[in-house]
Design a protein around this ligand. Structure first.
Ligand code: OXD
Ligand code: MN
Length: 601
């Protein structure tokens, strides 16, 4: 079968991995519907997938993972650059030679008794100058069917590789060889031995032990963020943890915006927003990753390297995200959500009352009021972007879409106002560096703790974060100042003294996007403060919202005491980066500290 391959380097590498992993069978994936259907049928037989009701969820399946394999594992994710300083203080580093030795042992015979699938995929529209190709060798058919939804995958990609095209080699195994005659388990994995290793210098990825999400779908976080961020630094572009949306105002004028938020802070909801203001329309280009390039016109253009959504299910509802529900109405894979008695899916927040007879994500009968949720908090849906009812007409434009504004957000109960506009690119870069958020279930670990997550890239930057800050500053210099996007910070999660969210969020976030749109048009008023331009009273459209005058002002005012603490915290955080921290960021910090201290606030 490998004889079909014209690319000698690819063929040799596949041979090498076959010799190492010793799979029993090799399948070169063509990416067709028929192939996916057969894989799903096999997985249903094995118990990995449960077929959902054909009328309620045509072509859709539920997977239940091993309870020890439910999220990205950051403490087992490594950047194996040549030196530790290149990986920086925010990444786990391993010496590349030592890691390769360890991987050679781990992967030795690991696919015995299993099939190895060869999955060629393109991140970005096939053939776009900005797209990049990867080839994932995996023993997980679940990873294959997800990769088919999340990327452009299969024969077309092998074709564009021709005889010598560049590709990122990605090796993935669930890490459980299957001796002859032994019955397989529905979700094989090896949590104690999980390793996700990135080699920026050789641009290669090895992942062992996990079948879940970003640990196993190597095009997403591993390639499109960790390896691509490194490529972006080398080649002067940006690989970012950002959604991309098109916003059209009631006069039909359209602008594109990119927005970075830490995991599970509502990126998918914002990306597919049903605008609450009449006449405003939001269309989705992507919900998680943006690759952005400076064009000759001095503007920044973005492509979505992905072709699908891997969205967090809990909390997704008709109110929070009707378009996501429509997107996963059919041909979807659900992982770790609950099953209803009529073979549909359910998760917390989908409906106010759960249906009768729910089976939880571990396959056990579940009752409302039970101590544990029915769906795992990091349960997901995978669906093709083409099924999104508000997918943007330009979402596959090979040139990308021109970005007018970049937004940074986090989940913060206080301090960060609803919206602020950066004074300039340098201040905007500082805003990105200051992103921090109360943690969620997207990564293994404590929930609800405040953690610094610069540019929402903490788990995804493939090199030293201080150099990444510098790269942002450099990109600002390469662009044309008044053609580069303006930069904003937002926070939907401010709480009042009673601990209640003040801002309604979801479709009402269009009010903030409208203010940004009108700032770009030059029609929305703002007052200059040390932390940026804040909305002038009356410039933010709050019509029809039940907000008290105190609530309104607490959303958009600068709370000097809290900001003094924030800057103290940032000063201490920046020490992590020692001398490598770019001076302009320290200068921004000092400027804000001084201006806060001198009564000008
Ligand atoms: C994701 C994440 O899955 O950020 O997108 O964790
Ligand atoms: Mn993400």
């Amino acid at each position: 079968m490998l004889d079909e391959l014209r690319h000698q380097k690819l063929k040799a590498w596949i041979q090498e991995i076959i010799e190492l992993c010793r799979p029993t069978k090799i399948v070169l994936c063509e990416g067709s519907e028929q192939e996916a259907r057969l894989l799903c049928e096999e997985m249903v037989k094995k118990g990995t997938l449960i077929a959902l009701d054909e009328k309620k969820r045509p072509g859709s399946f539920l997977a239940r993972s091993n309870p020890k394999d439910v999220a990205r594992v950051e403490e087992r994710t490594f950047i194996c650059s040549k030196t530790q300083i290149e990986a920086g203080p925010t990444n786990n580093w391993r010496d590349p030679d030592e890691m390769l030795t360890h991987l050679q042992q781990l992967f030795q015979g690991c696919m015995h008794g299993r099939t190895m699938y060869v999955v060629a995929f393109s991140m970005g529209p096939i053939g776009s100058h900005f797209s990049r190709v990867g080839v994932q060798l995996t023993d997980s058919p679940y990873a294959v069917i997800n990769m088919r939804l999340m990327t452009r995958m299969g024969k077309d990609v092998l074709d564009i590789l021709e005889e010598d095209g560049e590709f990122v080699p990605c090796v993935h195994s669930v890490g459980v060889p299957l001796p002859v005659g032994q019955k397989d388990v529905p979700w094989p994995c090896s949590p104690e031995k999980t390793v996700i290793a990135h080699f920026p210098h050789t641009k290669s990825i090895w992942s062992f032990g996990s079948g879940y999400g970003g640990n196993a779908l190597l095009g997403k976080k591993c390639f499109a963020l960790r390896i691509a961020s490194y490529m972006g630094k080398e080649e002067k572009w940006l690989a970012e943890h950002m959604l991309i949306v098109g916003i059209t105002n009631p006069n039909g004028k359209k602008r594109y915006v990119a927005a970075a938020f830490p995991s599970a802070c509502g990126k998918t909801n914002l990306a597919m927003m049903q605008a609450a203001l009449p006449g405003w329309k939001v269309e989705c280009v992507g919900d998680d990753i943006a690759w952005m390039h400076l064009a000759e016109d001095g503007r920044l253009y973005a492509i979505n390297p992905e072709a699908g959504f891997f969205g967090v299910a809990p909390g997704t509802s008709q109110r929070s995200n009707p378009n996501a529900l429509a997107t996963c109405r059919k041909n979807a894979i659900f992982t770790n959500v609950a099953l209803t008695s009529d073979k549909d899916v359910w998760w917390e927040g989908l409906t106010s009352a759960p249906p009768e007879g729910v089976i939880d994500w571990q396959g056990m009968p579940w009752q409302p009021g039970a101590a544990q949720p029915a769906a795992h908090p990091n349960s997901r849906f995978t669906a093709s972007a083409s099924q999104c009812p508000i997918i943007d007409p330009h979402w596959e434009d090979p040139q990308g879409v021109p970005i007018s504004a970049i937004i940074f957000g986090g989940r913060r109960s206080n301090t960060i106002p609803l919206v602020a506009e950066a004074l300039d690119w340098e201040h905007g870069t500082f805003m990105g560096a200051c992103v921090s958020s109360e943690t969620t279930a997207a990564a293994a670990g404590d929930i609800g703790k405040l953690r610094h997550d610069p540019f929402a890239m903490l788990p995804f930057c493939g090199y030293n974060m201080a150099d990444y800050f510098q790269h942002w500053l450099d990109m600002g210099k390469l662009g044309i100042a008044d053609r580069l996007p303006r930069i904003y910070s937002v926070n939907w999660f401010n709480k009042d003294a009673q601990g209640q969210y003040i801002w309604p969020g979801f479709g009402d976030n269009i009010r903030v996007l409208k203010w940004i749109f009108e700032r770009l048009d030059g029609t929305a008023a703002a007052k200059k403060t040390p932390i940026g331009y804040l909305p002038q009273e009356g410039s933010l459209d709050l019509s029809g919202l039940q907000l008290s005058p105190e609530q309104r002002s607490s959303l958009i005012s600068l709370q000097a005491g809290l900001w003094q603490n924030e800057m103290k915290e940032m000063r201490s955080y920046f020490q992590k980066f020692a001398d490598r921290l770019p001076k302009p960021l320290l200068q921004q910090l000092e400027r804000i500290e001084q201006q806060l201290a001198s009564e000008k606030v």
